[in-house]
Design a protein around this ligand. Sequence first.
Ligand code: B12
Length: 222
Amino acid sequence: MDPILNRLAEAVEAGKVDKNSPYPPQMKGEDGADELAKQALDGGVSPSDVLTKALVPAMDRVGQKFSENKIFVPQMLMSAKAMSAAMGHLKPFFQSGDVKAMGTFIIGTVKGDLHDIGKNLVAMMVEGGGWTIVDLGVDVNEDTFNRAIDENPDAVVGLSALLTTTMANMEEIVRKIKEVHPGTTILVGGAPLNDEFRLKIGADFYSPDPRGAVEYLKEHAA
Ligand code: B12
C-alpha cells in the first residue's frame, strides 16, 4: 500500500487535523489529515483508495477503541475532525460521481431534544464509512424527516435522543416515518435507549455507539 495512505490513516486515528493543529502534542509540526489527503490525491492515489484504504479503516479502529473504552469522546471528536478535513478533499470527487457513495444517511436529533454531540459523532463516522450525510440538526419533527426522505428516496434514517422525555417523541417520529415511507430503514441511538426500546417502537436497528451503525450500514448497503 502507498506509504502516504498509512500516514493518512495514522493521522486520522491520532486526531491530527492539520499541520498547525497542536493536538496530539507528539505530532507537533507534522502534516495532518488535511495535508496528507491532498498529497495522496495530488500524487495520483485514487479518491476511492484514500477513502477505503485509509480513512474508513482508521475510523473503524477509532470506533473500535471507543467501544472498548480505550479512547474517549474528546479523542474521538479529534479523529472525526481529522477525517472531515480529509473528506473535504474527497467531496469534489463524490459530487462529480468519480467515487460512488454507499448511499444517503439522513440524521437528526428528535424534536424537543437539543443534544447534538453524539448525533454529530455518528454523522461523521457514517460519513467516514462512505455515506452522503443529510444532517437535519436538532429538535427535528416527523414532517422534516419525511420531507428529507421525499428528497432522498432510498436514504437510511438515523434518530438520536438523549432525554427520557424525548424518547416518546422518537417513538412518534418512527411511527410517522413508517406510515408515510414504509420501506425506510431507521437506526436509533442515544444514551437512554436500548434494544428493547428499539423493538418496542418499531425501529430497525439500535447501536450504543457509531461503530455499530457503520457496521450495520456496511452490511445493509444497497
Ligand atoms: C452535554 C450535555 C448537555 C448540553 C448539550 C450540548 C450539545 N450541543 O449537545 C446542554 C447543556 C445543552 C444540555 C441541556 C440539557 N440537558 Co443535557 N447533558 C449533557 C451531557 C453532560 C452529555 C451528553 C453528551 O454529549 N454525551 C456524549 C455523547 C458522545 O454521547 P451520546 O450523546 O450518548 O451519543 C453516543 C451514543 O448514545 C450514540 N448515539 C447517539 N445518537 C445516536 C444516533 C444513532 C442513530 C446511533 C446509532 C447512535 C447514537 O453514539 C454516540 C457516541 O457514542 C449528559 C450527561 C451524560 N453524561 O450523558 C446530559 C444529559 C443528557 N442532559 C440531561 C438534561 C436533563 C438536560 C436538560 C433538560 C437540562 C435542563 N434542565 O435544562 C437540558 C435539555 C435541553 C434539551 N431540550 O435538549 C440529562 C437527561 C436525563 C434524562 N434521563 O432525561 C443528562 C443525562 C444529565 C443528567 N444526568 O441529568 N445537556
